[in-house]
Unconditional design. Structure first.
Length: 196
């Protein structure tokens, strides 16, 4: 029986570079990454990208508490100004995100609002293709982080996804990032849930 895996589907559909998936995709355990963490330049900066694939209420994640239209549009769901963790005089974070609020206050978190692309067609699938490839005019065959990884030397540990399958955004032309399955919410011994 011929089994259709995510890798085969993505390669067959042309969503990601076949060469990258065939030769460069790597699977690591969290312990593998932590064991090599000291190999990194301590001055190097890290981009942590959080992609929420499920339903996320963006207006109640980064809350426009000072905008009267926010409260008018959702009288039963809106957070009051005194409830949010303020980022500035107009927006704040959901009260359940104190770890992110501390990171913002320390200059280690940026919030980018209103991200979109020209001529949206309201298709979730097309939007995800654009998000992964950063090519709104035509379907891409490599991901935007995969293309960066190709130029950065190709070490898959430079672009890590904490999910069981490699997302298309990490597939480059010559290599791909690493995928770390974290199905049991495995964390490092010194990290607590509030940190995450």
């Amino acid at each position: 029986m011929d089994v259709l895996t995510r890798r085969r589907f993505l390669v067959a559909s042309g969503v990601v570079g076949a060469t990258a998936l065939a030769g460069g995709a790597a699977a690591y355990r969290l312990s593998d990454l932590l064991a090599t963490a000291g190999d990194r330049d301590p001055q190097a900066r890290t981009l942590v990208l959080v992609t929420l694939y499920g339903g996320n209420d963006g207006l109640n994640t980064v809350v426009p508490y000072a905008d009267p239209a926010y409260r008018d549009a959702r009288p039963d769901l809106a957070y009051a100004a005194e409830e949010v963790l303020r980022l500035d005089d107009g927006v704040g974070l959901n009260p359940a995100l104190p770890g992110l609020h501390r990171a913002y206050g320390a200059g280690r978190l940026a919030v980018v609002r209103g991200v979109g692309y020209p001529k949206p067609d309201r298709s979730h699938f097309r939007s995800m293709d654009i998000w992964h490839t950063a090519q709104p005019d035509r379907p891409g065959t490599t991901g935007w982080l995969g293309r960066w990884l190709d130029r950065a030397g190709g070490d898959p540990r430079l672009a890590v996804s904490f999910e069981p399958a490699l997302p298309p955004l990490l597939a480059g032309e010559r290599g791909a990032g690493a995928s770390v399955p974290v199905t049991d919410r495995e964390t490092a011994p010194r990290l607590d849930a509030e940190t995450l």
